[in-house]
Design a binder for this molecule. Structure first.
Ligand code: HEC
Ligand code: HEC
Length: 336
């Protein structure tokens, strides 16, 4: 074999090895395809551990008062129970805090912006975003790196997570670690999941009836394992004044037809993530269903009750109680 050929084979072998050690090297749950993971942010236990600590660290906010977990609360499936949540300077929140279950599989992130396609990119919105200001770190990314760099344990954790960058502490690394941690926020142990895997007794009679009604009335948009098609729809009639209220998707596309269109929210753990809709204006699941103008009008009372019973089966207490996703008690072997 020529030297060139041997070299080529060696390179091909390396590339192939990298592909195999990629998504397949992480224990993603059975039963659905592995999620998309950026090639420059492969999963590792060290990265996930770092991301978990960062998720709960208020040093990511300007005055040290707010972490990701301030708004994304585990026992509420990582939503927060408020219609909207003000930022560090008291700027009113603009939209409802969504839960974060199975966020690794989302086609795009946030209620209204299809351009936000990775969890890495999304991190910058709360940390440095200006509309609204949430954690207040715009232009202060260096300050985050300096704060973390003063903590010897973070220095070790970044080294373990990013050996290829010699453990460099910067905003890109923070975003990568947070993204890796959030990809482990997997909810797949609800009664609905047990039912899907063949356990017919996991759902009661009325819940099964609700599942069938849901399949008829709702699955056009709330489709797939997370009950979202990932697309943008308008569920309410147009307002008389189109400039009133949240422009939704049209803010990004500039198209009048996109006014009031929002990404179909996934419905996992929906019983825990009240209030609902992009502005948190529906305080109960029933109220949220009512706001689907055309669809709600055609629902019989029986179907409505059954669908509500079915939606309760999406609650996953293993997920909300999973210690691997909770506030870490220690880092580098020392209590936090
Ligand atoms: C002040 C409250 C607040 C804080 C702090 C906050 N978030 Fe959020 N988060 C929100 C809101 C509100 C949205 C929805 C924004 C929108 O759609 O415009 C959101 C959306 C998200 C989404 C998209 C979810 C989806 O379904 O598309 C992810 C992921 C996320 N946040 C992660 C984080 C991370 C990581 C942090 C910390 C770096 C964080 N958030 C800090 C309020 C907050
Ligand atoms: C045409 C697509 C479509 C159909 C069909 C549809 N939905 Fe929705 N659903 C949406 C969109 C889009 C939103 C978010 C709207 C908003 O925030 O303004 C939503 C929001 C919700 C919410 C609130 C979730 C949250 O976290 O805020 C619930 C609950 C819900 N839908 C249940 C249902 C049920 C039950 C049905 C069937 C009876 C149904 N939907 C049919 C598109 C749809």
């Amino acid at each position: 074999m020529s030297r060139g050929r041997r070299l080529w084979l060696a390179v091909a072998g390396l590339l192939l090895g990298a592909a195999i050690a990629g998504p397949a090297g992480w224990p993603w749950p059975e039963g659905r395809p592995a999620p998309r993971v950026p090639a420059d942010n492969r999963m590792s236990a060290a990265k996930v551990e770092l991301g978990r600590r960062l998720f709960y660290d208020a040093d990511l906010s300007i005055d040290g008062s707010m972490s990701c977990a301030t708004c994304h609360v585990q026992r509420r499936a990582f939503a927060d129970g408020n219609a909207t949540h003000p930022g560090v300077h008291g700027d009113p929140g603009r939209r409802n805090v969504p839960g974060l279950a199975n966020i690794a599989w989302a086609k795009s992130l946030t209620w209204g912006d299809p351009r936000v396609r990775t969890l890495e990119a999304q991190v910058l919105i709360p940390v440095t975003g200006l509309s609204p200001v949430e954690m207040g770190m715009n232009g202060k990314e260096g300050e985050i790196a300096a704060r973390l760099g003063r903590d010897a344990c973070y220095v070790r954790m970044f080294r373990a997570a990013f050996p290829e960058a010699d453990g460099r502490i910067d905003m890109a690394g923070v975003a990568k670690a947070l993204a890796a941690f959030q990809r482990t926020m997997i909810s797949n142990q609800s009664p609905y999941d047990r039912w899907r895997s063949g356990r017919r007794d996991a759902l009661s009679e009325i819940q099964q009836q609700g599942e069938r009604a849901f399949a008829r009335r709702c699955v056009a948009c709330h489709a797939g394992p997370d009950l979202s098609d990932g697309r943008f729809h308008r569920i309410e009639p147009e307002a008389d004044d189109p400039s009133a209220g949240d422009p939704g998707l049209s803010e990004i596309t500039g198209r009048a037809a996109d006014i009031g269109r929002f990404r179909t929210p996934g419905l996992r753990n929906v019983a825990l993530t009240a209030p609902y809709l992009h502005d948190g204006s529906a305080s109960t699941v029933a109220a949220a269903i009512d706001r689907h103008a055309d669809i709600a009008r055609r629902l019989s009372d029986g179907d409505r009750r059954a669908i509500e019973a079915f939606l309760d089966t999406l609650t996953d207490r293993v997920f909300t109680g999973d210690r691997r996703l909770s506030l870490p008690q220690s880092a580098c072997g020392v209590e936090l």
